[in-house]
Design a protein around this ligand. Structure first.
Ligand code: PSU
Ligand code: MN
Length: 305
């Protein structure tokens, strides 16, 4: 059986792709592992509307019963947001989840793979995975980074999550040859706040420029993805020093609890939510929304050409 036989499109995405409309992929790990219920489901719905309001077609991607869903129904969203048995699927996990007919949310890496299989070129998320702090000991580097060398999808994020080691994440992306851009900024954004202090190699100020950059990358025969860093809007930015001390606290807790592997990111996000009294979640929701809007504007410009 061909992998494309395992893709199930909802009608909105099917029509969108057939009419060459700007389809924007959205990931599902932030629904199942990144945010608490019911805000996770509300955010997923809100993101789809943000894409529509900006002239795009939203395609939330997940795997249910071993089938890759490109665009999910209300009922499927409810399952993703409430079930405790949803796996977190990255590149290595896709074959077994499909073969064993399991349910899984897709990470940035897996969402890129599924979007590309479906013919979708644009994808908005919150923060990509990256090099974890203390990676020289733990070797914890997200498979998201390597995926950019293999899969030609443009990903709009608010930076690597602030819980990561941003300078080393940027170094690693440079080694991999991944094009990284700042949108209206010269610095890689730091997820909860706007400036990480680490320069991006290039910036663009207009979504049409990003569309043109992607077109050129495709023309060069590159099979690689492109990463766009879009800072959280000023009014929702968290105070750098305040959040950094809370991140340290969450990291300490993770260490004490012996959290490892795939569980690290969800644990830290949940712990920060608790320590900040919900403030980190508010910022998280606003920055993903901001990314969905920018990503759709770029996709619209790409398809206008
Ligand atoms: N950013 C968030 N919440 C998340 C994630 C990122 O604000 O839940 C998820 C994304 O799906 C990302 C994944 O791809 O965490 C990275 O996990 P890991 O570090 O285990 O590769
Ligand atoms: Mn990891």
């Amino acid at each position: 059986m061909k992998i494309s036989d395992r893709l199930i499109f909802n009608s909105e995405v099917k029509d969108g792709l057939a009419c060459k409309r700007p389809v924007v992929a959205l990931e599902s790990t932030i629904i199942s592992h990144g945010m608490p219920y019911p805000q996770n489901i509300e955010t997923a719905r809100m993101l789809e509307n943000t894409v529509r309001e900006n002239g795009g077609v939203p395609a939330t991607i997940a795997i249910l019963d071993g089938r890759i869903r490109i665009g999910i129904t209300e009922k499927e969203l409810e399952i993703l947001g409430t079930s405790k048995s949803i796996k977190k699927a990255s590149r290595r996990d896709l074959p077994s989840i499909i073969a064993l007919r399991q349910n899984a949310a897709t990470t940035v890496a897996a969402t890129m793979i599924c979007a590309n299989l479906a013919g979708i070129k644009f994808f908005a998320t919150g923060g990509i995975g990256g090099v974890h702090r203390g990676a020289s000991e733990s070797f914890d580097i997200s498979a998201d980074l390597l995926e950019f060398t293999r899969t030609p999808v443009m990903v709009v994020c608010a930076g690597a999550k602030a819980i990561l080691d941003i300078p080393h994440t940027m170094e690693y992306l440079e080694t991999l040859g991944v094009p990284v851009f700042g949108y209206q900024t010269d610095e890689m954004p730091a997820f909860y706040y706007r400036n990480s202090g680490v320069k991006v190699p290039q910036r663009f100020d207009d979504p049409t420029d990003a569309a043109e950059i992607f077109r050129r990358s495709i023309n060069l025969g590159y099979k690689s993805g492109i990463l766009v860093g879009n800072p959280v809007p000023k009014e929702f930015e968290m105070d750098k020093n305040a959040i950094e001390s809370k991140i340290d606290e969450a990291l300490e807790d993770a260490k004490k609890q012996g959290i490892q592997g795939q569980a690290v990111t969800p644990y830290l996000l949940q712990r920060l939510y608790e320590i900040t009294g919900g403030e980190s979640l508010k910022t998280n929701i606003e920055l993903v929304k901001n990314n969905a809007a920018l990503c759709t504007k770029i996709a619209v410009a790409f398809f206008k050409h």
